[in-house]
Design a protein around this ligand. Structure first.
Ligand SMILES: [Zn+2]
Length: 227
């Protein structure tokens, strides 16, 4: 498949072959022999497009594992669609507390802090999501199993059509309630339709008529919902 050609810079020199480099910062450099025209270079880059995109995608994945947030005073962490500032504290009975508009975190190293946050989202997520699942269950007419909140990597939610178990990423707890509802209903609709057919979307539509807007919100804001 041919996509759009990514932006690139060209340096011509007295070399015999053309090379395309993906720089550390994600930009693309083309080193070309002097006699190559812009058009020729463009044709070659376009032909290489697929491989370039593959590299870019891999790079994005690497970047994605890098953290978005520092564990420092004043850094913000989202919870149910609102941002709360971080306040590091020396003594506190529990590792993390949401108090008076602040996330109060007992000082520890970064890895440990991230684990503490994940546990916070997970612990808050289970009762809240379970309640919503129970609420939608009757309206949608589906049998559900266990509700889990966990690290699902690149998915917001998953389910088992056999057991009716529903799994949600802890990141879902960073989203506003309306978005969280959309994720829940979307996954519950998969218990009826194990695909994204018209019948599936019709099912979602019955409960969440503005699902397109919510889906779009998630597409735009989802990447920022991480630690
Ligand atoms: Zn789906």
């Amino acid at each position: 498949m041919m996509g759009e050609v990514p932006a690139y810079t060209v340096k011509r020199s007295q070399r015999k072959t053309l090379s395309i480099y993906l720089e550390r910062d994600g930009t693309i450099s083309v080193l070309a022999p002097e006699h190559f025209t812009d058009e020729e270079i463009h044709t070659i880059v376009r032909r290489k497009n697929f491989q370039l995109y593959k590299h870019l995608a891999e790079r994005d994945e690497l970047n994605a594992t890098r953290s978005l947030r520092e564990v420092v005073n004043g850094e913000t962490f989202p919870y149910l669609g609102r941002n709360y500032r971080l306040q590091l504290v020396d003594a506190q009975p529990v590792p993390l507390l949401l108090k008076e508009g602040y996330f109060c975190l007992k000082r520890t190293d970064k890895d440990k802090s991230q684990e503490i946050f994940k546990e916070f989202y997970r612990a808050k997520g289970i009762p809240r999501i379970t309640k919503r699942v129970e609420y939608f269950r009757g309206r949608m007419g589906v049998e559900t199993g266990q509700v889990r909140v966990m690290d699902l990597q690149h998915r917001w939610a998953s389910c088992s059509v056999i057991t009716g178990d529903l799994n949600f990423h802890w990141k879902c707890m960073m989203a506003p309630l309306s978005i969280l509802d959309y994720i829940i209903v979307h996954e519950m609709a998969h218990l009826k339709f194990d695909n994204h057919s018209d019948a599936f979307w019709n099912e979602v539509d019955k409960i969440i008529p503005d699902h397109r807007e919510r889906k779009q919100w998630l597409r735009v804001n989802g990447a920022g919902m991480d630690l």
